[in-house]
Design a binder for this molecule. Structure first.
Ligand SMILES: [Fe+2]
Ligand SMILES: [Fe+2]
Length: 207
């Protein structure tokens, strides 16, 4: 009963989040997504630790996480940042060749590389090919560390600059373009399945 109520509240919060996106600033919208991404990163860290300590490992869990990461981070979040947010920031005169933007771009590329590495480890494991648990644990850990540092860099160094230099009109325009990207990738049923997966994995990997 309590679990059902909690799930219902979580769904409600999610729908409030969707509705209130319109009143958020672009950086608030991205920070809200960082919080969701962090939930998956915590679970990935726990799975990496289990693999390292030769504990039970469920390749299906990692496979499911990857499927969601591809949509939530690669397509939606990085789509918003790479196609809309950063180009707009650069158009205000902020150099993409200098820090922090040069590092931000490098980290986006690095994250894609680690995600591919995780994915190919899981595929090999599932089809019975030679498979290195060590490599999978390292790729998971590398991915988590890169994204966590990246999120910190964006929130501490980049977003305050963006809030300063982007006009209100420009921020509204960015939000409309964000909404379009959301509509292409994140449906209500997708969010519903995502919540269920996070809840399932949180209880499977507690602590
Ligand atoms: Fe980013
Ligand atoms: Fe981000």
């Amino acid at each position: 009963m309590i679990e059902a109520l909690r799930n219902k509240n979580e769904k409600l919060n999610k729908s409030i989040y969707i509705k209130s996106n319109k009143t958020m600033t672009p950086t608030e919208n991205l920070i809200k997504e960082h919080q969701e991404i962090n939930e998956l990163l915590e679970i990935m860290s726990k799975i990496a630790a289990k693999i390292k300590s030769k504990d039970v490992f469920y390749p299906n869990d990692v496979e499911e996480i990857i499927d969601y990461l591809i949509i939530i981070i690669d397509k939606s979040h990085h789509g918003k940042e790479d196609e809309v947010f950063y180009p707009e920031l650069i158009s205000t005169g902020i150099s993409k060749e200098a820090e922090p933007l040069s590092l931000i771009n490098y980290e986006h590329t690095l994250a894609k590389r680690y995600l591919k590495e995780i994915s190919s480890c899981v595929v090999n494991c599932k089809i019975g090919n030679d498979f290195s648990g060590e490599l999978l644990a390292d790729s998971l850990t590398n991915y988590v560390v890169v994204i966590q540092n990246h999120i910190k860099r964006e929130e501490e160094f980049v977003f305050p600059i963006a809030n300063e230099v982007l006009s209100t009109e420009k921020q509204n325009e960015i939000l409309q373009r964000f909404e379009h990207i959301d509509q292409q990738n994140i449906t209500h049923s997708f969010l519903d399945r995502f919540n269920k997966l996070v809840n399932k994995l949180k209880s499977k990997y507690p602590g």
